[in-house]
Write a protein that binds this ligand. Sequence first.
Ligand SMILES: NC(=O)c1ccc[n+]([C@@H]2O[C@H](COP(=O)([O-])OP(=O)(O)OC[C@H]3O[C@@H](n4cnc5c(N)ncnc54)[C@H](OP(=O)(O)O)[C@@H]3O)[C@@H](O)[C@H]2O)c1
Length: 355
Amino acid sequence: MNPLNHGSGARRRPVLLTGASGVVGTALRSVLAPWEYVALVHRRPLPGSATVTGDIRAERLGLDRSAYAELVSRIGGIVHAAADTRLNGAAAQLDATNVAGTRTLLRLATDANVPLYYVSTAFVHALTRPENAGRVLPYAESKAAAEESIRVWGGDHVVLRPSIVVGDSGTGVISEFQGLHRICGAILSDLFPAFPSDESGLVDFVPQDLVARVIAAAVRGELPPGTCEAWITAGHRAMPLEQLIAELVALAAEAGRPIAAPRIVSADLYERLVKPVFLGALPEELRRKVTALFEHVAPYIAVRSPFPESPAVITAAGGADADPGEVLRRTMRHWMSTTGHLGGTARLTTQGATS
Ligand SMILES: NC(=O)c1ccc[n+]([C@@H]2O[C@H](COP(=O)([O-])OP(=O)(O)OC[C@H]3O[C@@H](n4cnc5c(N)ncnc54)[C@H](OP(=O)(O)O)[C@@H]3O)[C@@H](O)[C@H]2O)c1
């Protein structure tokens, strides 16, 4: 038996799903049957699901001994998607949730003798690239350290590494807007005159339904035998940064709010020109927001080398047919209609988001 088919039979025992209220957790809950998971609730309540309330930073998730023992006997696996996902977070806080928190789940996986499905990030790959030598990327570093803890632990596991998660491939819908939305939103709002990156930068994003399908396939033991890591990436189909900018310029024109294409500038030009001249002229509040996007989010948007791919895993999960350009357009039309960016032309967006 594949050891990862733990508890298979008439009906598997549910997995504990951490991060159930987050972007990935919400997408995953929409493809899992209610009996397939128990959601770990932290701050945000989740009405309608079987839940356990806890904090991954605390011993035994903060549960008393009997509640912990009950959880140990109840679960057939753990999908660990909870994380501190702040790209500008302080290393100590990121490590407390992402590294120490993962160890709490490893302890639970050992106690329950069940496999762990860990949602990592494809950006652990960027850390290994020479072009990023000397760069400080505390979020990616905390995820890589969590992966290392899992390797040292050595129990049954699958490490799943999505790139940037965007909206549903058919509708663009996502439960919360994150980094790429904010950067693209700033470009659509004409707040981003330049993009600090490499001319040959690639933007690797994947729709949330693909990520959810791959994780669900892992939980159901449907991945190719022996899979213990999987890249959920666009890989060689990642979108060149120049194309992303061109897509946004076209979307802005479609929305009736045309913009000039931001220039791709080197880190040096950003420091010498964009920061003092452009950022210096912005009001304080806006300057803080745009600086955070430039300095903390932008490095996670465009990468120089393509991410690795796991084609056999993607095929096992039903394939990834969606065209990246269409996925981006649907994602950003959903952003435009939700944020009211379109104002009087919202009708256009609604049509686009649902087509
Ligand atoms: N979204 C992406 O683009 C992306 C890309 C690649 C990899 N990932 C990885 O995918 C996973 C999910 O990301 P996401 O975007 O869905 O994250 P998210 O939307 O920021 O949600 C984070 C989740 O973690 C929970 N959480 C945070 N601290 C916790 C704690 N101390 N104890 C228990 N739960 C806690 C949150 O619950 P509360 O809100 O209740 O605190 C929330 O459910 C993460 O591991 C992330 O690194 C995400």
